[in-house]
Design a protein around this ligand. Sequence first.
Ligand code: ZN
Length: 52
Amino acid sequence: MRYRPAHVCAQCGEALYLPEFSEWLDSGSARHLWQCDACGYTFETTVQFAAA
Ligand SMILES: [Zn+2]
């Protein structure tokens, strides 16, 4: 299985595949911390999952 880039670094355009750190906020959302390997830029995303 191949991973598609989940995100692209906003600073240099490097593709980021896996978050540096993930935290489940509750049953429906998670927070991911991303760090670019190329330039060191970090950012967070929050993912909402559709309720079943
Ligand atoms: Zn970067």
